[in-house]
Structures are given as structure tokens and as C-alpha cells.
Design a protein around this ligand. Sequence first.
Ligand code: PGA
Length: 262
Amino acid sequence: MSERLERRPLICGNWKMHCTVAEATALAADVRRLVASARQVDVAVAPPFTALHPVARRLEGSSVALAGQALHPAEQGAHTGEISAPMLAEVGCRHVIIGHSERRAAGAVDDAAVAARVRAALDAGLSPIVCVGEQLAERDAGRALERVGAQMRAALAPVAADEAEALVLAYEPVWAIGTGRTATPEQAQEVHAFIRGLLRDQFGAAPSGGLRILYGGSVKPGNMVALMAQNDVDGALVGGASLNAESFARIARFQSELENQG
Ligand code: PGA
């Protein structure tokens, strides 16, 4: 079996600071119903903290997994406004998004803070979705890979090879997030292949070939198929389009759209 086939795509909706509890539970129920027919993919949603528990209950017994949007690296303590990895695990999260560019931009995390959070997530049995991506100025200066490489090396420093299989990476070019401007499939593939190479260097061929590298940044039903046609694109981290259950489900059902085209 080729490496590509071993990697089951993951489609994760990042709801960001959207949805009251009532809206989140309704959206979760719709997602649950609409993605039931999505084949051979893993699906997750990341509601805001206030909605995690009610959404977990709404997803009980379904294959849709729950993800946190951020975490603090300490297990507990005097950290007003923060949430720890064990808290996310207790409420039923399988994943947690770490180092999203919106949190990096807000100054909430830098590369060292991302590494501490990856460690905390692994210690709590969570699967981190580690976000990396360059700014537009860095891409224009030809320094996209350099920036992504630095973020990757920092984030992965605390991870041992026998823990690597819990990792998910997400390449999110900052200039493509919420802008409607998606990276071309070729631009995404170039960076994804680079990320895969870094994973191989650090962990060896065996775990790295099976690790999923998601693309994020203005993913929509209309561009998902072309992105997924790239060898090293193993799913998507979806912001805006995940707030509409229909469009999120169409993204998760990209295999059917691919077959219809083929
Ligand atoms: P977007 O967000 O799909 O709205 O561009 C993606 C993300 O921030 O993860």
C-alpha cells in the first residue's frame, strides 16, 4: 500500500469565536447528520470553549471528533482565562489546535510556547494539530520554506520518535486565511512535501510517512478536490466554510466529488 493510501484524510472545522451554545449544538447536529455518509475520512470540529461540553454530548456515538482551539501548557494553576490539556481531554477532545496564526498574531504564542503546548497535549493523550505558515511578506521575499522550517523545528523539538504518530500538521499560509485567496495546489504541495521531509529527518521514514499534513486557508467545496489531488495534502483545516454544515460536509465528502469528476 502506498503511503498516500495509509493516510486517512482528516477534515477539521475550526469554528473560531463563532457560535453560542445553542448555535454550536445545532451546527454539530447538522454536521453529524451530513457527514455520516463521508467515506474513509476522519472529521473533527473545534467549537469555542463554552460549547465544547454540549457539542461533545451532541456528537456522542458519532464518528465526528472534538477538538480544542488552544490550550495552556500547565496542567492547572493561576492562569486566568486559560484552559489546560487535561480539561480538554476530560470534556472529550481528541485533538487540539496549536499555534494557529491568529493566536501567534495576537501574541498568545511564539515558537517556544507552541513547543510547550505540543508537549502538554501529548502528555494528556491529545493529538495536537500543529499550525505553521508564512506571512505574505515572507512568501514574497522567497522565505516561505525558511519560516515554515523554523516553526516546524521549534514545534517538534519536544516530540520523541515513538510519540510522533499522534501528531497532525497543518500548513496555513497566513495570507490565505479568511481572505478568499487560497494557495494553489502546487504551492501547497511544495510546502507539504517540505514539511514531510522535515518529519522524516526528525522521526525517520516509518512514522513520518503516516502523518497527516492538512492544508488550511480559504478551503471551500470548490477547491478541496484539487488540493486533495496533491500527494502530500492529507486533509483540511477549515475556518469560514465549516460554519455552514452543508459546505463543510461537501468538503468532507470530497472523495465523492472526485469520483464524479473522474
Ligand atoms: P479559513 O480559516 O478557512 O476561514 O481561511 C482557516 C483557519 O484559520 O484555520
